[in-house]
Design a protein around this ligand. Structure first.
Ligand code: ZN
Ligand code: ZN
Ligand code: FE
Length: 766
């Protein structure tokens, strides 16, 4: 019997080859009808035999194009009208609702093969793409996703491309960024040192010139998917140093790009999980241990055992690293966002001048980037992924919420800012925005918010922000509230809510939440950061925290860990013996000022920050007295402690109870034991291993006390301190051994980049 149905498919179904897939499936089954994009996703009208219709519905769910993700299929009966054949119809822009914009996708193997085939018309084409690969998020202006709604709208397809685009059997059928050497964007090389009259080099020669520059140790700015990178030969020390000087980036490790997974094996000890992460079509930077034969320039990743690697993810990068058979060139390139430290990544056509000032030459093109998007960063800890920065390749994919929420915007925190727009059970975390103290970053935030609202189709009716009275993000929320209610959420409550939500907790039962980070505004006005909360989404009780010590001079205390160490020494009742590394690092003058400050409390705030305790102990152990990037002392401390067995020896925190009945872990005894070890000649690595073990044990001790009091087994770990792989791994093992269920981050970063998602859950539950 002939029947008709209409299917609404929602999810990532536009720009991923979904309509051609539907076309071939329908024709294969002898069904007639149409398929089209709508703002709600994809609408399929089908007529045919019942059995074939049923088969269609089944196959649709099990066999999909590689990049598609179906969230729901709604099937309604329709009127059969005797249609002939199957057609892909024009986009219907009238239906209300929404669909999902896909993230940017690395060049696929089919395209790489064509690129390397001299007989193919896209041989060495720097803009080769198909329905399975290429830019998406960064070129989409609005939905529904069609060529006219992307930054490719200015390029008119040639007749050959147009024929491929229109042919349902072609793998470029409706591939919106389709292009070829005849009709696509143009690659251009500009030597910024040459005199102004020098003619830019276009096309194939542009790649040759850029490779020559790289080979000669020069810095080349390369326009990529989400902005410009600065590139140089990662084995050329003076080139890397020059790049650091121009970018004003001191010690912070740089990531390198290699052509393929074999290139990664040459510099990193890459295990199977890490290799899977590296080759994912999102192509994140993955932090791995340096290989034993590691031979990159010392300035690439100084002071740490890790190297951040990513594989080439667009055709230009593949050409730069050389296709098989090309003349030899650098096989590992430093690839870092083109910007000055603290500023957002440069991505506009009008940024060319600023990019030129940073590089010796520029490899650019005329396909506009709609929104900037930095590379994503992750690490694998005990076989499980930990996202450190969720950006290109992931944005704007949603993360599910365990609750139904009304349309809401959560603006996140001030450092590593990302925001979240959420509605129903979907939360869309933005790409990495940056540190909100910078004016250009704030502008970027505003622009990214507008773009996100247009591609998600959500108009938030409420806004949430951090409780911190001086956060730029919170001020932004109040400025842009436009009459909507603005709720504030406690920093550490949001951290715990984020990890609960990611693990599917519906919030009906409380969890034990360990929120360990550097800085967060506490309800009592102190700087919190070593907290145990008993939390649901609605509220929390602070069960325990690290004992307060003075944080002298705000930022100065963060940038110079020796000051934090001296504050901890004083608080532990240990004299400032100039044999101790932090004391030695402090001039006599500064010592007397600091002593006065700590005595009177002038210019000091109280802090329970675990991040600062890591800084202080790292400084005591002699690892580092002042830092060039955030958390450098703690990161290097972890690095030298990794792999060292401290046996059963660790330091024990003191125990107290405050007036309000919450437990206080006094770091004084730990500081005293560290100083004893130091005086007994124990190495920094062993002190580090013991200290990491101590903090992991503290987590379990606290959790056991909370379980005894509240009968809860779920222990949620969040906050920037849990990016520390040694601590995270050890805490997870010890908690499991003690019968707890550890909840940790995987899709969202444990740092403040994951905060907005937690703000959504708390803000929606009040
Ligand atoms: Zn492709
Ligand atoms: Zn063409
Ligand atoms: Fe935080």
């Amino acid at each position: 019997m002939i029947t008709a149905i209409r299917l609404h498919v929602q999810g990532v179904v536009q720009g991923v080859g979904f309509r051609p897939f539907v076309y071939s499936l329908a024709t294969e089954l002898g069904l007639t009808g149409t398929v089209g994009n709508s703002p709600r996703g994809v609408v399929i009208d089908l007529e045919g035999e019942d059995l074939s219709l049923a088969e269609f519905a089944t196959v649709l769910r099990v066999r999909q194009p590689p990049l598609a993700r179906i969230d729901s299929v709604e099937c309604v009966p329709a009127q059969a009208c005797g249609r002939a054949g199957f057609r892909i119809v024009d986009t219907d822009t009238t239906t209300a609702g929404r669909t999902l914009a896909p993230p940017d996708v690395a060049t696929c193997d089919d395209c790489l093969r064509e690129m390397a085939d001299p007989g193919n018309r896209r041989y060495r084409h720097p803009f080769i793409t198909c329905t399975n690969c290429g830019p998406r998020f960064t070129i989409i202006e609005e939905l529904p996703y069609d060529r006219a709604a992307t930054t490719m709208h200015g390029f008119r397809m040639c007749s050959e491309c147009a024929a491929e685009y229109a042919d349902p059997r072609n793998r470029r059928f409706h591939a919106q960024p389709i292009a070829c050497p005849q009709c696509g964007p143009t690659l251009t090389f500009v030597d910024t040192d040459a005199d102004a009259a020098a003619v830019p080099v276009n096309g194939e020669n542009a790649v040759h010139r850029a490779r020559e520059f790289l080979r000669d140790g020069k810095i080349v700015a390369v326009k990529g998917i989400g902005g410009y990178h600065l590139a140089c030969d990662a084995r050329n020390e003076s080139a890397v140093q020059e790049l650091r000087a121009r970018k004003r980036r001191r010690g912070k490790p740089l990531a390198v790009m290699v052509r393929d997974i074999n290139g990664a094996y040459a510099v990193g000890r890459v295990n199977e999980t890490q290799s899977r992460a590296l080759t994912e079509c999102s192509r994140p930077i993955v932090l791995v241990d340096k290989a034993s034969k590691y031979d990159l320039a010392p300035s690439v990743a100084p002071g740490i055992p890790d190297i951040g690697i990513m594989l080439a993810y667009n055709p230009i990068q593949n050409l730069l690293l050389g296709l098989p058979g090309d003349a030899a060139g650098p096989t590992a390139l430093v690839m870092t966002s083109a910007n000055l430290g603290g500023e957002p990544i440069l991505f506009r056509g009008t940024d060319l001048e600023r990019v030129s000032a940073l590089a010796d030459s520029v490899l650019t093109h005329d396909r506009p980037i709609r929104v900037p998007c930095d590379d994503s960063v992750q690490r694998v800890v005990d076989g499980r992924r930990v996202m450190l920065r969720r950006s290109r390749g992931y944005a704007p994919l949603p993360i599910e919420l365990p609750l139904d929420v009304a349309p809401i915007l959560a603006v996140g925190a001030d450092l590593k800012n990302t925001f979240v727009i959420a509605d129903g059970t979907s939360a869309w975390p933005s790409q990495h925005i940056g540190d909100m103290g910078d004016v250009a970053v704030l502008d970027g935030f505003t622009a990214a918010r507008t773009h996100f609202e247009s591609i998600t189709g959500v108009t938030p009716s409420q806004v949430v922000c951090d409780e911190h009275p001086r956060y730029h993000s919170s001020a932004w929320a109040r400025r842009h509230a436009a009459g909507r209610p603005v709720r504030t959420v406690g920093h550490h409550h949001a951290h715990i809510a984020a990890v609960m939500g990611e693990n599917g907790c519906d919030g009906s039962e409380p969890v034990i939440g360990m929120a360990f980070d550097g800085t967060g505004y506490g309800a009592d006005g102190a700087v919190w950061g070593g907290e145990m909360l008993l939390a649901t989404y609605k509220g929390f009780r602070r069960l325990a925290h690290l004992g307060y010590v003075a944080l002298p001079g705000g930022d100065a205390g963060v940038e110079r860990p020796y000051r934090m160490a001296m504050s901890h020494l004083r608080s532990a009742g240990i004299g400032w013996d100039s044999e101790l590394p932090p004391v030695a690092a402090c001039s006599a003058r500064e010592r007397s000022v600091l002593g006065h400050q700590l005595e009177t409390g002038f210019g000091c705030v109280e802090t329970s920050s675990m991040g600062r305790l890591f800084d202080a102990v790292a400084a005591l152990a002699g690892v580092r007295q002042s830092v060039e990037y955030e958390a450098q002392a703690a990161i290097e401390f972890e690095g030298i402690s990794r792999g060292i067995d401290c046996g059963s020896e660790y330091y024990v925190f003191g125990e107290r109870e405050d007036a309000g009945g919450s437990w206080i872990a006094d770091p004084g005894p730990v500081i005293r034991s560290v100083v004893d070890d130091l005086r007994n000649g124990v190495s920094a690595g062993v002190i580090g291993a013991r200290f990491h073990e101590s903090v992991a044990r503290l987590v379990v001790t606290w959790a056991q006390a909370a379980r005894a009091a509240a009968g809860v087994d779920d222990v949620a770990l969040s906050g920037g301190v849990f990016q520390n792989p040694l601590l995270l791994a050890r805490a997870r093992v010890l908690l499991s051994d003690a019968g707890f269920r550890p909840l940790t981050h995987h899709e969202l970063p444990p740092n403040d980049g994951g905060l907005a998602y937690g703000q959504v859950l708390v803000g929606s539950s009040r």
